[in-house]
Each structure stands twice: as C-alpha cells, then as structure tokens.
Design a protein around this ligand. Structure first.
Ligand SMILES: Nc1nc2c(ncn2[C@@H]2O[C@H](COP(=O)(O)OP(=O)(O)O)[C@@H](O)[C@H]2O)c(=O)[nH]1
Ligand SMILES: [Mg+2]
Ligand SMILES: [Zn+2]
Length: 339
C-alpha cells in the first residue's frame, strides 16, 4: 500500500525493507509463529474477527504485535492460540498476509484513519436497479473508476428488469466492455440469478450499490440461508436504513465469496492517476506513448495521442468517449449512493 501512517509503521514489511526504522527490536516485531494457522477474515465486529479455516468458524482478536494495523474482511491471516472454534474460545491474529487488492471507503491520502474495508477482492459487482430507485450513472462511473484503479474487475448487475427495459443502460456501458448481467427477482419467475452465480463462482466479489436496488434480495437468492434483511427502505426519505457499516463475506455454494458492504457509500477518487486508469484500457493505452509528458488524456488535452488515433480511425469513438467520461467523473463531486 502506498500510504504509510503511524498506525502501520510497525508493519513487518517496513522492518524488512528499512532496517533501523523504529525503535522496537526486530525479534519482537518478527516472532516465530511458524505454527500460525492460515485463515480468512469474513466479518469484523467491535474488535472481534470472524475467521474461517478448514470450513469452521473461529473468533479471534488481534495480537499486540500487529500494532494498530487494521485487519479487514478478506484479509488472509495467521492465527495462534485456540483455533478450535469452540464456543467461548478466542484465537489471536499474529500475521496479515500481503494484500493483492484493497478497496477503501474513501481514498484521501491525508486521512490518518485506516479506511480499507475489504482486502483481496477480485471483482466489484456494481448493482443498479433499472428503476425504483432510478439509475445513477455518475455513481456507476465512479465505482468503475475505483474498480479499475484498484485492479479489481468490475461487473454490472442491473436489477428489477420487471420494472423497466435495461437496454438503454446496457448500451451506455457497452463501449467500456464491462461484463453485465440483468436480473428480475420479483416474486414469480426470477431470472438472472444463475448467470450472476456463474460470474461469482470461485471469486471474491464485493457488492456495491444504492440502498433499495436489491442487493440483499440478490444475496439471499445466491446464498441459501443467508437471510439478509430486505426492503428496509425509509418511507420518509426513501433511503435505506443503515444498521451496519461493516462488510461481511458469505460463502457461495459453488465456491467463492460474496461480500456485502453497507460501509461503501461513495468512492473518493482524488488519488486516481490517469496514467494508471488507462492501463485498464489496453487498446487506448497503446495510443498514448506519443502523448506529451504528463498528458491527462482528457477531452481537450493538448496533443493527446488518443485524438490522433481517433482521427486516424484506430479507436472506437464511443469507447474513447466512455473512457473520457470515466476520467472526468474523478473530478465530479464525490456524491453518495444515498445522497
Ligand atoms: N420489482 C422488483 N423488486 C425487487 C427486485 N429485487 C428486489 N426487489 C425489491 O426491492 C426492495 C429492496 O430490496 P433489497 O434487497 O432490500 O435492496 P438493498 O437495499 O439493495 O439490499 C425490496 O422490497 C425487494 O423486494 C426485482 O427484481 N424487482
Ligand atoms: Mg440490503
Ligand atoms: Zn494523452
């Protein structure tokens, strides 16, 4: 992770890379714990971590040597102590494995508080209803940027297809070539659940979306016994109630995890580097070596190679326009799924 805070400066990796940093002796920072049992964190609640290993659930707390490093849902950890999972037992997390991806609640680099809420996700499912509530393309765009920037593959899920035709919304995202599925989970004849399950199989997928779009209904259809509360819409404001802000990972019957995240209500994108975002668009990135140094590739950027490629017919105009729309969404007001 790029950001270093006081809280994370006792991270073991720092010690390895920068010997001499900090005053604590190495032996205390790097205890043996060769016997630590690998486990996956699936829920966090008030300093108690629910972990799974060998199909059983173990409750753990963090060991002192982790310092104030946050442990989040999706983290791969090492446990010591009582890992039986028997009622009343408490194991200790002594190690957090390096994360492949991080998803942050916001991404303000000068924010001193650890905002990572999900680690190691490989897919972000952006759930949007075609109606009730109305789609919010700006928030979809921002979620896409967050996913591309984090190296997490996006998946669009358009729900409530019984209420309106999803065609226009699908068409507006087609140039980005983001996979999309359409669902209809109104009582009667559900459609789309099998297709969503295929996309989620054997992957760790984070769900985001506005309250009321049908996330919990979908999770209940995907995970037998999940029993997520649905339909909690506040009749006065039209907003969903937020009873919980912590993420929880639920095991999918065909393998993989779906991570419900009431905590993600917006994405801070101030940190997003256009030079990195374009890597998610290899066909466009191939046209940028000729760009002036520091080119933003934005609409109107002087001598941008993408404009030359457009003029020469080497890039699809709709795709370039969509990419630039995403790029511009970085600069829009952060917004909120529930604003
Ligand atoms: N018409 C229709 N209603 C749906 C569909 N899926 C969910 N709903 C309803 O939408 C409301 C909000 O769903 P919920 O799963 O709680 O949304 P969440 O806030 O995103 O978790 C509930 O009343 C659901 O019954 C759908 O496909 N069609
Ligand atoms: Mg819900
Ligand atoms: Zn450029």
């Amino acid at each position: 992770m790029a950001r270093r805070t006081a809280a994370s400066s006792y991270d073991e990796r720092d010690v390895r890379v920068r010997p001499g940093r900090g005053s604590r002796p190495r032996s205390k920072l790097r205890p043996a714990h060769a016997d630590a049992t690998p486990a996956l964190v699936i829920a966090v609640d008030r300093g108690r971590y629910t972990c799974v290993l060998d199909g059983r659930t173990v409750t753990a707390m963090t060991a002192r040597e982790l310092g104030r490093k946050a442990v989040v849902v999706g983290d791969r950890v090492g446990l010591v102590g009582d890992v039986s999972g028997a009622p009343g037992t408490l194991a200790r997390i002594v190690r957090v494995e390096e994360r492949t991806t991080v998803l942050r609640r916001t991404a303000d680099d000068d924010d001193p508080v650890e905002r990572v809420i999900v680690a190691n996700a490989d897919q972000l499912m952006i759930v949007t209803a075609v109606a009730d509530p109305e789609p919010r393309p700006r928030l979809i765009d921002r979620a896409l940027v967050a996913a591309f920037d984090a190296g997490i593959e996006p998946l669009l899920c358009l729900t409530k297809a019984d209420l309106a035709d999803p065609a226009a919304l699908l068409a507006s995202y087609a140039p980005l070539q983001v996979p999309a599925v359409v669902t209809r989970l109104a009582p009667g004849s559900p459609i789309g659940v099998g297709e969503v399950a295929e996309h989620l199989r054997d992957r760790a997928t984070v769900l985001v979306g506005h309250s009321g779009v049908g996330k919990s209904t979908l999770v209940n259809a995907l995970v037998p016994g999940a029993d997520r509360a649905t339909g909690q819409v506040n009749v006065v404001t039209g907003r969903g109630r937020h009873t919980s802000t912590s993420a929880v990972a639920l095991a999918l019957p065909d393998g993989g995890w779906v991570i419900d995240t009431p905590g993600i209500r917006s994405f801070g994108l101030a940190h997003v580097d256009p030079g990195r975002l374009i890597l998610a668009f290899p066909d466009l990135a191939a046209e940028t070596p000729a760009c002036p140094r520091g080119c933003t590739h934005a609409d109107g950027a002087p001598e941008c190679g993408l404009d030359a490629a457009l003029a020469a017919g080497r890039v699809d105009p709709a795709r370039l326009a969509s990419y630039r729309r995403l790029l511009a969404s970085r600069d829009l007001q952060a917004g909120d799924w529930d604003a």
